[in-house]
Write a protein that binds this ligand. Structure first.
Ligand code: NI
Length: 173
């Protein structure tokens, strides 16, 4: 178990599409997930993609009971999601504030699909298939963007709604 360094925006590894996982229930995959969990916990984040610690595989983790970073957000179940596929369920989008461990200290207003279905599997290859909305849907879309080499600032439509967290939201970090 190791807290890994989180790559920051500007590192070309964050722009590389991740490859699918082909072997499940392996010690290697378990070790990667444990590192991701330790790293996410140490950083106080609500999600993390493997690419953020320099591993180019389609693995994301997310979820929290409550978050100091997003005090108004509903609970999102703690999830390990591998080889994800996201399907928007309609055309509706909504704007919401996002941050990222790879873009520390900043927040931006990002449009996301409000209702999505996501599919994939867990670390043992067991299928995951959920229909979600709101912040849960936002977190999944943000994390899965990392697997395509997309960071949230690339999706901000109005750059006047991009700034330092402690300036935008005094009291939050
Ligand atoms: Ni992120």
């Amino acid at each position: 178990m190791t807290v890994q360094t989180i790559l920051r925006m500007g590192d070309p590894r964050l722009l590389q599409p991740a490859l699918p996982v082909t072997a499940f229930a392996t010690g290697e995959l378990q070790a990667l997930i444990k590192d991701m969990q330790d790293t996410m916990q140490a950083a106080g984040g609500v999600g993390l993609a493997a690419v953020q610690i320099g591993v180019g595989l389609q693995v994301v983790i997310f979820g929290f009971e409550s978050s100091a970073r997003y005090p108004d957000a509903d609970t999102v179940p703690e999830t390990i999601l591998i080889n994800p596929l996201i399907t928007p369920l309609d055309e509706e989008t909504e704007d919401g504030w996002e941050g990222c461990q790879s873009v520390p200290g900043l927040r931006g207003l990002v449009p996301r699909s409000r209702h999505i279905r996501y599919q994939g599997c867990d670390e043992n290859g067991q299928p995951i298939d959920r229909t979600v909305s709101g912040f849960h849907a936002r977190v999944v879309q943000h994390e899965c963007d990392h697997l395509q080499g997309v960071l949230y600032p690339m999706r901000i439509r109005d750059l006047s709604r991009f700034g330092f967290t402690d300036v935008l939201f005094p009291g939050l970090e």
